[in-house]
Design a binder for this molecule. Structure first.
Ligand code: ADP
Length: 529
């Protein structure tokens, strides 16, 4: 027999929201909130975190103040709650005067269960003391990672929330986030709670998502091939720039796909139209920047592709997390290349941030690069990043496996000899040339640039003729990812040796690498022809 509070909560879950059961983790958070405890919930995107503060607000009554960083999301939630018959409103900079006046009337009448505010609004003069007089019973902090410098989306106004809690009379707090690496988690708890809160960490494992990665070769062709195996389903292709979303959507349309662009620079009417088509029709491919997806509630997204490597595992996880929310199988593909890696590095180097922050961002990026170049099960690597211990491959006999656990998964092989050839070409050519030029040296291709630099006279010229150019370009990327090469200059690109690179070159260290599945295939094909 469930506890009476649980029965009551379940009854409201059913009557107001229409759900028969809690999702994993929800009841634990709700129970602690109903007991008046501080709760910190770390649960993945799509797991139903909002319910964890919505339901207690209805079960226990009173007024729950919800801090949320995105006005659009806030308005969305208020809309959904209002349609479900819940007394909710928001105070934000997009309110019309009459909306704000109505919210205040309802607050003064004690009529609201949930009030959503932005952290900026809360930091403004007088709001907190007015709310205190009205008697706030609980503070819910959504996207709580915004309070931490370690998080990927630091918002200075979040730092004031610990004081807000005091100013409201020390009300209990429910903080929620989908960002969970240990360091960020500890920092959030320390920033927001005077004493350790009740911590609920729900698994980040999404066994119904297939995780695949491929080095970027001809992205449009690779994406087209991927889409062919998902005909009829809808999905998202994330691109790193607005321009690329439009170009890719055009290219895919030419190939017959119902592809639409989406980014924050498009007219609002175009954005709304494309979003509606995505929500309502089948077989739609949205080529989007990361602006797309937040607050979009489409459970049957069948695939997510990253046309460019994401900048961190947090972003990667959040974006692939938009697929397969209905629990049915969904597929993901991430394309990555050396250009992505150096672009992301440069972006971090050029940011106006302090050294500590820069170090954190580089570490975050390195973790993403490691996942791309991983030689082990992706699912296990991903969960390990989020602090979850798993067997070395949690797939077991599961039908859905990542690209490294399937039957044709590439094995790790010693690559020291090839690495030495390449590193030697880097050293002998003066530590400033890019991947294509290095590949020309190794394959003995006397292009005009090679002749101009007299590189056809180098000792390493032609020592790698046994492999195609693409294999050498891929090796440059892997050595860069492994930290054996670094970018020679920000303006001109090109690579130089790191200490690790020197150690490999001079025989003090060996290196094992995984073959690129598609490069391998091409070599095999070339061998047959
Ligand atoms: P999150 O904030 O964790 O990303 P949301 O709160 O947006 O997730 O919830 C994701 C979806 O799950 C929403 O459509 C929500 O209505 C739905 N949902 C929440 N709780 C339940 C439940 N107990 N059963 C079924 N669906 C639920």
């Amino acid at each position: 027999m469930p506890h009476p509070a649980e029965s009551h909560a379940r009854a409201i879950l059913k009557s107001v929201f229409g759900y028969d059961d809690f999702r994993p983790g929800q009841w634990e958070v709700i129970e602690a909130a109903l007991a008046g405890q501080d709760v910190f919930a770390v649960m993945p995107t799509g797991s139903g975190k909002s319910m964890c503060y919505q339901l207690p607000a209805l079960v226990a009554g009173g007024l729950t103040l919800v801090v949320s960083p995105l006005i659009a999301l806030m308005r969305d939630q208020v809309g959904q709650l209002t349609r479900a018959g819940v007394a909710a409103a928001s105070l934000n900079s997009m309110n019309s005067e009459s909306e704000a006046a109505e919210a205040w009337d309802r607050l003064n009448a004690g009529d609201l269960r949930l009030l959503f505010v932005s952290p900026e609004r809360l930091a403004g003069e007088g709001l907190v003391s007015r709310l205190r007089r009205l008697g706030v019973t609980r503070l819910a902090i959504d996207e709580a990672h915004c309070v931490s410098q370690w998080g990927h989306d630091f918002r200075p106004e979040y730092r004031l929330l610990a004081k807000t809690r005091e100013a409201l009379g020390g009300v209990p707090v429910t903080a929620l986030t989908a960002t969970a690496d240990r360091q960020t988690r500890d920092d959030i708890a320390q920033q927001l709670f005077p004493n350790p809160p009740h911590l609920v960490v729900h698994s980040f494992d999404r066994p119904n998502l297939k995780l695949s990665f491929a080095p970027k070769d001809q992205p449009r062709r690779q994406i087209d091939e991927f889409l062919r195996s998902h005909r009829g389903g809808s999905g998202i292709v994330y691109c790193s720039s607005r321009n690329r979303t439009e170009k890719l959507a055009d290219g895919l349309r030419e190939k017959g796909w119902n592809a639409l662009p989406y980014h924050a620079g498009l007219d609002q009417s175009v954005r709304n139209r494309n979003q509606d088509i995505f929500l309502q029709e089948d077989g739609v491919v949205v080529c989007a920047t990361i602006a797309f997806g937040m607050g979009i509630n489409k459970p049957d997204v069948r695939f997510v592709v990253h046309a460019d490597m994401p900048g961190s595992i947090e972003s990667y996880y959040q974006e692939i997390g938009r697929a397969g929310r209905d629990g049915l199988n969904a597929d993901t593909l991430t394309l990555y290349g050396i250009d992505d890696m150096s672009l992301r590095r440069r972006q971090i180097d050029e940011k106006a941030i302090d050294d500590e922050r820069r170090r954190i961002e580089h570490r975050r990026l390195n973790a993403m690069i490691d996942l791309c170049e991983s030689a082990l099960c992706r699912r296990s690597a991903l969960l390990a990043y989020f602090g979850e211990e798993t067997p070395s491959c949690p797939h077991g006999n599961a039908p859905i496996r990542c690209d490294l656990c399937g039957a044709d998964a590439p094995e790790l092989a010693d690559a020291t000899l090839d690495a030495r050839k390449l590193l030697s070409a880097v050293a002998r050519s003066g530590q400033r040339f890019g991947a294509a030029h290095l590949a020309d040296i190794l394959t003995g291709t006397a292009t005009e640039a090679i002749r101009r630099q007299n590189h056809d006279g180098l000792k390493t010229f032609g020592v790698g003729q046994d492999k195609p150019k693409s294999a050498w370009t891929a090796l440059t990327r892997k050595l860069f990812a492994a930290g054996a090469l670094a970018e020679a200059s920000v303006e001109h690109g090109g690579f130089c040796l790191t200490e690790k690179g020197e150690d490999i070159l001079f025989g003090r260290e060996t290196i094992a690498l995984r073959a690129d599945p598609h490069v391998d295939r091409r070599i095999r094909r070339a061998g047959r022809e």
